[in-house]
Structures are given as C-alpha cells and as structure tokens.
Design a protein around this ligand. Structure first.
Ligand SMILES: Nc1nc2c(ncn2[C@@H]2O[C@H](COP(=O)(O)OP(=O)(O)O)[C@@H](O)[C@H]2O)c(=O)[nH]1
Ligand SMILES: [Mg+2]
Length: 285
C-alpha cells in the first residue's frame, strides 16, 4: 500500500518550529505509544539535542503496557528522558512536569552562578498531527493557573501557560510531519488515525490491520468479534466481521466498507484491547 501525504503547509511549519525553538529551553516530543517509531520525525533530532528533549509516549492507555515499558527502557538506554502519559485522563502529566522541573534545575543553577535570578524555564510541545498536542496543552493548562499574557520585549505575540513559578509552556505546539519513505510507517500512521482517511483505501487498510493483528497476537480479532471459524484470507475475516455486526447490503451481500469502518474505530478506541504496533527493534538509528 502506498500512502502519500505531504501537505504544503508542513514545509512552512518547520520554519515556525525553528523560530519557536529559539524561545524555549526544553522540548516535549509527543509520540504515539502504540507507534513510537512511526510517529516520530527524524528532523527533531537535528533541531533539538537529546539533553533538551523529553519523549512523552502519549495515548499509553491504548498501548500494551509491557511494550511501553520496553520503549522507555530503550530510550533510557540512549540517555533520553522518556515517560508514558495519557493526555485525556491526565495520567503521567504530573511526572512529566516533574521531569521538566528537574531538567530545569540544572539550567537555573547555571543562571544563578552567573548571577541571574528567577529565570523562567520555557518549554514547548512538538509532534505529528493527531498525536495529542492540544489535549496535553489543555490538560496542563487545566492543572495550572492557565494562560499568561504576552511578555513584553521577550516573546511578543506568544501566549504562554504558567505551569509553575519557574516553568512556562508555549501555548502553540510545533506540528511535525510524519515520515513516509517506509510503507510500514505509512500503514501504522493510517491505522492509528494520524493521517487522513480519504487518501487510503479503507478496505485495504482494514485487511492490513487484520493481518497485522494476526501476527501481533493470534485471536485478537476472533475474540473481539466472537468469530469461531478460521478463514483463509483476511478479506473473508473482514466479511465475517461485517456479517456479525449486521453490515448487510441489499441482496444480503456484506458491506465491507462499513465493516472496515467498524474495525478501524474499534482498534482506535481500544475496544480490541491495548495493542502496540511497534517494538523498539525498529530503532531510530
Ligand atoms: N485514548 C487517548 N486519546 C487521546 C490521548 N491524547 C489525545 N487523544 C485523542 O486523540 C485525538 C487527537 O488529539 P489532539 O489533542 O487534537 O491532537 P493534536 O492534533 O496533536 O493537537 C483526540 O480525539 C484526542 O481526544 C490519550 O492520551 N489517550
Ligand atoms: Mg491540535
């Protein structure tokens, strides 16, 4: 399957990110816990050194907890700070802010040694579309006193959220584009809903997901839909899902397009279980 998606505005955003990066001390790189590799953008490594970056594996509520732990071990092995969060329910947000506070402490120490006091640590969030940037910003804003005004002279026109006395979060996240050279990456992005559906054949996507789930954990589909028979092809399994869910067209033929939609929605909502699509073997190197 070929997935192509590279909107023109994405080239503009990298310029904006570069501008905003100049204003901040640390970056929260938001990745999808189900696909940490596919949801990353190699560009960010060139823009932000590891020491200035925290990786937050978002939507961890939808990912396999033990695989998420493997990813965190993988990042920590590379001396990159990482943690799992759920921006909707607020899980891990306090820990995330604590990590940033810790990272900021060394920066503040240096400032104080140079005789500068009370410098605020500034942070911004970056990530691909739909990874949860707005949800995280809203969550943090709710926890704290909410948005601050412009800071004259320093960051004109920028809105900051006061997280603590010493930490400000930039209200506007940096949008990165996902990478598309690898068809497997495109597939993972499409499955998790990171890229627009109209550009992908829905039934093909559903069939690919059935194949993938079959490899990840045999029985996921069967258990999820109460299928007791074995089918030769994934398309026949999709038809069976459709017939079980009552997706029938005139004449009794199964509406596989509707069945595809049901399957994708179920996966994305976690109704088939907490299922990660990538292991750390597919490394960033
Ligand atoms: N289950 C789950 N859904 C999330 C999480 N974070 C965000 N979402 C959902 O993912 C979708 C995209 O989130 P949004 O914040 O708009 O992403 P953005 O495009 O990066 O700003 C929304 O439907 C959110 O409710 C999370 O941690 N867990
Ligand atoms: Mg958003």
């Amino acid at each position: 399957m070929k997935v192509q998606w590279y909107p023109g505005h994405m080239t503009k955003t990298i310029k904006e990110i570069k501008e905003n990066l100049k204003l901040v001390d640390f970056v929260i790189e938001l990745l999808d816990a189900r696909i940490p590799y596919s949801s990353s953008n190699p560009e960010i490594k060139k823009l932000v050194p590891d020491a200035k970056r925290v990786i937050a594996l978002n939507k961890s509520d939808l990912a396999d907890a033990s695989i998420t732990r493997q990813w965190l071990k993988y990042f920590s092995g590379k001396s990159i700070k990482g943690l799992a969060i759920d921006s909707v329910r607020g899980y891990g947000i306090k820990e995330l802010l604590d990590v940033i506070s810790d990272m900021g402490a060394s920066v503040r120490d240096k400032w104080q040694q140079r005789g500068r006091k009370n410098k605020t640590i500034r942070v911004m969030i970056v990530g691909i579309p739909n990874v949860g940037k707005s949800s995280l910003i809203n969550r943090i804003a709710k926890r704290t006193s909410a948005r601050t005004g412009d800071r004259p002279g320093v960051t004109r026109g920028k809105q900051w959220i006061k997280v603590t006395d010493s930490i400000d979060l930039l209200d506007t996240p940096g949008i990165l584009w996902p990478k598309f050279q690898d068809p497997e990456v495109g597939l993972n992005l499409a499955i998790t809903g990171a890229i627009k559906e109209e550009i992908i054949d829905r039934e093909e996507l559903a069939v690919k997901l059935i194949e993938k789930l079959g490899k990840i954990g045999p029985g996921i589909i069967e258990k999820g839909y109460g299928i007791t028979e074995a089918y030769d092809t994934s398309f026949e399994t999709l038809e069976r899902i459709g017939s079980i869910r009552g997706c029938l067209m005139k004449g009794g033929k199964v509406d596989t397009l509707r069945a595809s939609r049901i399957l994708m929605d179920d996966y994305r909502a976690g109704k088939l279980g907490r299922i990660s699509l990538e292991l750390p073997e597919s490394t960033f190197d």
